[in-house]
Design a protein around this ligand. Structure first.
Ligand SMILES: Cc1ncc(COP(=O)(O)O)c(C=O)c1O
Length: 409
């Protein structure tokens, strides 16, 4: 008998369905059944793209900017990126050290594809943005997870980093402010990491700074390459307009770094997607070059919501949360409820089951810490209106109060 065709490459075998994919599927299914589900799983601002940015896209389309753009990005947007790095980060790049891609995600994928050999190790500071791991696995690399505890404010320490580096380490990915923890390094902490990396010239640094503008308590953002100028040639900065300008749907991200690496990334992109959408690039240039009032307004709103979520979650017995320094997530500890029984007698064995319970009982969709490589936690997105946040937290509080704790500690 003929074997059924398997159309899928073995390259995809290591990629497991993620907890975040599960939760969004399950939330959709419940909504389809007519349940009132509050989705706190989404990683995008709930604001509209500012009007002057939309206008710039409209004007570009009307002016005929509708043909294939250059693979590495339009001259206008690349110059806007160069100017942004100088103005905001005090970093000098030439436009040949910049690439524009379809979102920051593609910048990351291009970089890994352009640089990884089979078996190369990539250090991920857990909790981390889940896609890093999957991309490394697809490309034949080996993700190496460095657990960063809540006690260490979810930041990697210089000594843990030093111990994890081997001759096969190709990259460390540092994401600050972090998705999901909001953790942010001080200049001194970045310097301490830089000192370790000075001793390991084979390691490159991917600094994912996409949440740079969503930063609280009057802290000042310091780019990794600005804190460690001696490592600038070995650092790829990943950034984009998705989060700062509420432009997730426009799909524009950019990277800056070593010219040879950038050229190789352009080569990769030329085979996959060519240049990013011309009209979206015009919009992104207007975002970077134009007034920054909405960036400030968004930041203020995110900080207010962060304060609301932190103060309310801290009042729920058994949940733990220290105020995140940036981004729009709360990464909440739920250790107290592991081993607890639900009203129908099910035992909650891990954070995935905890989020399943929240979805079933509270009708709140949240993502388990396992999706980010650190358990037992769950992530709530705080990029939601205040009244919805309050409603979601009311429901979570009611649901966890129904759990019976079986631990004797
Ligand atoms: C840490 C991090 N990096 C990169 C991205 C991807 O951003 P983009 O929309 O520009 O592809 C995200 C989006 O959720 C993110 O959280």
């Amino acid at each position: 008998m003929e074997q059924p065709l398997n159309p899928v490459s073995s390259r995809l075998t290591p990629i497991k369905p993620s907890a975040s994919a599960w939760v969004s599927q399950a939330a959709k299914a419940l909504k389809a059944q007519g349940h009132d589900v509050i989705d706190m799983g989404l990683g995008e601002p709930d604001f509209d793209t500012p009007a002057h940015i939309v206008e710039a896209a409209h004007a570009a389309a009307k002016a005929g900017q509708t043909r294939y753009p250059p693979t590495d990005g339009t001259a206008e947007l690349k110059q806007a990126v160069v100017d942004k790095f100088k103005r905001e980060n005090n970093l000098d790049y030439s436009s040949s050290q910049v690439i524009v891609s379809n979102g920051a995600k593609q910048v990351i994928f291009n970089a890994l594809m352009a640089s990884l050999e089979d078996g190369h190790e990539v250090l991920l500071c857990a909790p981390y943005f889940g896609q890093y791991k999957d991309m490394v696995l697809i490309l034949g690399g080996k993700p190496v997870e460095l657990p960063c505890s809540a006690a260490d404010k979810f930041l990697v320490t210089a000594s843990a980093l030093n111990d994890a580096i081997t001759s096969k380490t190709r990259w460390i990915i540092l994401n600050a402010p972090s998705n999901p923890s909001g953790a942010l390094y001080s200049s001194q902490q970045l310097n301490a990491i830089g000192d370790v990396l000075d001793r390991h010239p084979q390691v490159m640094v991917m600094a994912d700074e996409i949440y740079e503008h969503i930063i609280f308590d009057d802290q000042k953002f310091v780019s990794f390459a600005a804190a460690n100028p001696q490592l600038k040639q070995r650092t790829l900065i990943v950034n984009g307009v998705s989060k700062a300008y509420a432009m997730t749907g426009w799909r524009i991200g950019y990277g800056a770094g070593n010219q040879d690496l950038i050229s190789a990334m352009v080569k990769v992109q030329s085979q996959i997607s060519s240049g990013a959408c011309s009209v979206a690039q015009a919009a992104a240039a207007a975002a970077l070059n134009g007034p920054q009032d909405s960036v400030r307004d968004f930041r203020v709103a995110f900080e207010r919501r962060r304060n609301l979520v932190v103060s309310r979650i801290q009042q729920i017995e058994g949940l733990t949360l220290d105020a995140p320094g940036g981004a729009f997530y709360a990464f909440i500890g739920c250790d107290h409820f592991i081993g607890a029984s639900t009203p129908n007698g099910t035992t909650i064995k891990d954070d995935t089951q905890f989020t399943q319970y929240l979805l079933e009982d509270a009708k709140v969709a949240a993502v388990a810490g396992s999706a980010y490589g650190l358990s037992p936690f769950f992530r709530l997105s705080t990029a939601t209106a205040d009244d919805i946040l309050n409603q979601a937290i009311d429901r979570i509080a009611e649901s966890v109060a129904k759990l019976t704790i079986n631990k004797t500690d």
